[in-house]
Design a protein around this ligand. Structure first.
Ligand SMILES: O=C(O)CCC(=O)C(=O)O
Ligand SMILES: [Fe+2]
Length: 291
């Protein structure tokens, strides 16, 4: 288990990636089934007016799980070609930056390349905090059958990897929230917060936010997490660690850790949250990366 941040792109390079994402707009997929409106229990009906969600790239959990392997493969074949043409230099820099932390790794050639989560916002003046549900990354699950057939029994699912490489963030910031971190990683998270401070930390890292999450029952599956039980006890102990996202940097972690995407709040028209998202699993002792 580990968490960290690597610095990858300068401002000019970040702009180039942002432009590249917009150049590929014809390949974006609007993800109605995965729109944050589906996470809300108390019907904030206007969220679709100010939050637009799309992806660029194929994903195991949206495409392979929902529509089957051959749909995923077809979509992946198209998007991998384009992503490679446009962003090969970014994939290269990303892997170079990650390797000192996670060892030798490579993109799994038969799966979809890490791709982009794209949120675009219009004015949203209410102070409502926007986030996705708490979850544990299990994207690799949908590729296990395929990977076992390809590689045999050398797959180690105990220490999966995830990274979120930020290209843009809304003007009030965005972040990733970690829940129930072991003490040692809490300390590491605090070091990262000192190194990359942002106002967003205090807005979300507090007991009121814990109350909101509990009230909304914002957990993706009926996983067991004590916060959502009636006898959960004092809420203080659940306060998450909020790691702000910084354009040009990638956050990464290994292990099964409960986390959530913090989208932000009080968006202004023109705000975006674009991230290059990927996951990895150890095969023959080396991480293979995919989305
Ligand atoms: O965008 C983020 O901050 C986290 C994304 C995430 O958790 C996911 O894609 O599984
Ligand atoms: Fe995740």
């Amino acid at each position: 288990m580990n968490i960290g941040i690597v610095e990858i792109l300068n401002d000019e390079e970040v702009k180039r990636v942002e432009q590249g994402v917009f150049d590929c707009v014809h390949l974006w997929k609007q993800r109605q089934n995965w729109h944050p409106k589906n996470d809300l229990r108390d019907g904030v009906a206007d969220i679709e007016k100010y939050m637009h969600y799309a992806t660029l790239g194929a994903t195991l959990y949206m495409d392979a799980s929902g529509k089957g392997w051959s749909y995923y493969e077809n979509h992946k074949n198209i998007t991998n070609r384009v992503l490679n043409l446009k962003f090969d230099w970014v994939y290269h820099k990303l892997i170079e930056a990650l390797m000192p932390h996670i060892g030798i790794c490579s993109y799994e050639p038969d799966l979809a390349l890490p791709g982009f989560h794209i949120y675009q916002f219009d004015d949203a003046l209410s102070p409502k905090k926007h986030h996705r549900c708490l979850h544990i990354d299990g994207q690799f699950f949908y590729a296990l059958k395929f990977l076992k057939e390809k590689y045999g029994k050398v797959i180690d699912i105990k220490d999966p990897l995830s990274f979120t490489f930020t290209i843009t963030r809304p003007h009030r910031g965005s972040a990733i929230g970690f829940w129930g971190l072991p003490q040692e990683l809490k300390e590491k998270a605090e070091e990262l917060q000192k190194k990359y401070p942002h106002e967003i930390i205090k807005r979300y890292q507090n007991v009121d936010y814990v109350k909101e999450i509990k009230h909304q029952h914002a957990i993706e599956r009926p996983w067991k997490y004590n916060l959502f039980r009636a006898d959960c006890g004092n809420l203080e102990k659940y306060i998450p660690k909020i790691i702000p996202h910084t354009p040009g940097n990638s956050f990464f972690y290994t292990g099964m850790i409960i986390h959530q995407m913090i989208l932000g709040d009080q968006f202004k028209k023109g705000d975006t949250r674009i991230t290059l998202q990927g996951h990895g699993i150890k095969i023959n002792g080396q991480y293979k990366l995919f989305w």
